[in-house]
Each structure stands twice: as C-alpha cells, then as structure tokens.
Design a protein. Structure first.
Length: 261
C-alpha cells in the first residue's frame, strides 16, 4: 500500500505543479467551504480530486476521510486519512513548504498503520509503517545530532504565553506554516520540538497530523496532547481538534514543562 501512496503523491505533485504554472495568481481562489469548515481553494480541489480518482480507478480497499470532502464510506474497514494540500497558503504564494499527507488505519490515531508525506515543492518524501520504523525516501530515518537547539512553533495572536517564553529560551526558532512537514523536522532531528498550542481553542485536525504523528513516533520521537501531556489520541472525525507538542527526547519535554510553569 505504501507504493500506492507514493504514486498518488507524485500524481498530485504533477497536477499541483501544472496548476501553479498555468494559473499564476489564481490558486487561492475560494470555491467553497470544506467539510472541516475552512475555505477550500481551487488548488485544494485539484489535489483532492487526484487522490479520489486514483483510489476509485485502482479500486483500493479504503474509505476516505478528507479535509475538503469529508468522509466517503466505500464499505471497507481501513480509511485513508487525507490532507491533500497541507500548507495551502505557502503553495498559493510560492513558498516551497507544502505537502500531501496520507495515513491509513482504523477508528483513531492509535489505529494508524501506514503513513506517507511528500513535500510537494521539493519531491522529498517520508513514510512509516507501524512497528517497522520511519523512512526518508528509501532509507531509515536516523535522527541527526545537532549542535544548536532549534524549535518549531506555530505563531498567531492567540498563541499561549509560554510559547513566547520558549522562543526566548531557544537558540533558533522557525514557524513554517505546514504542520505535517514541521513535525517531520522533529522526526529527522532537524528540530528538537514542535509546539502548536493556542489559547481558548484547539486547532489541528486528524487529517493534519495523522501521518506525521506515526512518522515521528516510529522515528523514536513523541507526540503529546498539549492540554494533558498524554500521548496524543484522536478519533477519525473532522469535528475533533487538538493542540499538540512533538519532541525528540525527554530532556526537551522537561524544558517545555518549565516554560509552562
């Protein structure tokens, strides 16, 4: 099934590349409100349509839960959890950090068995199978050793105060606008942590982080619910949202706990 996910991803990359080349300035046109309640652009639909077409044409034994469409029950046990274009704003504005994110499993996050994320701008891809490890391209991910601390955070007017204390206490910080790829920075060891934690609301849906959560965990990292500090769990539902923390080792978690005090 990983091979199918790879083919789907590169089909989407081709379609997205062609659309961006032929429709300069038009990628961000809003077509409708998606099933998750957020605006759907023309580019989002280009990516999603490619995935649905492949699944149907190849009769893959999968239901589909997608950011734009919602849930398509095809009568199977396994579900493809899909964000066809994570980082839409980046794509629409020629910022080369956006992805397709796909995971396969049953019922909830802990039921995810396979994951695949492709950086649609660069063609670099990452995948994992539960209990078998995480991979960059065709090589097992080996978390690199770093000399400096790098944190990745989501920034906005409702970010919790401790996030800014963490920024002050960290050598380098990035905010990239694509949760799936930012979490994979933790899996690779490029970043020590990823924090997505907002005051008064939870933000991330399972389609955003299902694949990258498995990749982080299979690489030896951790993904927690930011409210409870328990391992992140989410049902296959677009109505559920969470704030999260991903990190590389227990020492990093203790630093984050200290910022929250």
């Amino acid at each position: 099934m990983i091979d199918h996910l790879k083919r789907i991803s590169f089909n989407v990359k081709k379609s997205v590349d062609e659309f961006l080349e032929n429709n300069p300035g038009g990628a961000g046109e809003i077509i409708k409100i998606g099933a998750d309640g957020t605006p759907t652009s023309r580019l989002d639909l280009v990516a999603e349509d490619d995935v649905f077409r492949y699944v149907k044409d190849n009769d893959l034994p999968l239901n589909i839960l997608s950011e734009e469409y919602g849930y398509l029950d095809r009568g199977y046990g396994d579900t493809l959890v899909l964000d066809p274009l994570d980082g839409s704003y980046n794509a629409e504005n020629n910022i080369p950090f956006y992805s397709i994110s796909m995971a396969i499993g049953r019922e909830n996050l802990s039921g995810i068995e396979k994951a695949f994320v492709l950086n649609l701008a660069s063609g670099r891809y990452y995948w994992a199978e539960k209990g078998k490890g995480a991979f960059f391209m065709e090589e097992r991910i080996k978390r690199r050793k770093k000399r400096e601390t790098l944190g990745v955070v989501s920034l906005g007017k409702n970010v919790k105060d401790y996030v800014f204390r963490g920024i002050e206490g960290t050598r380098r910080i990035r905010s990239m606008g694509c949760a799936s790829l930012e979490m994979i920075m933790v899996a690779e060891g490029i970043a020590d942590f990823f924090i997505y934690d907002y005051r008064g609301k939870s933000v991330l849906r399972i389609v955003d982080i299902a694949a990258s959560t498995l990749i982080v965990r299979e690489s030896g990292g951790f993904v927690l619910d930011a409210e409870t500090f328990l391992p992140l769990e989410m049902p296959f539902s677009l109505s559920e949202r969470r704030n999260i923390i991903a990190y590389s080792d227990p020492e990093v978690l203790e630093k984050i706990r200290g910022w929250r005090r």
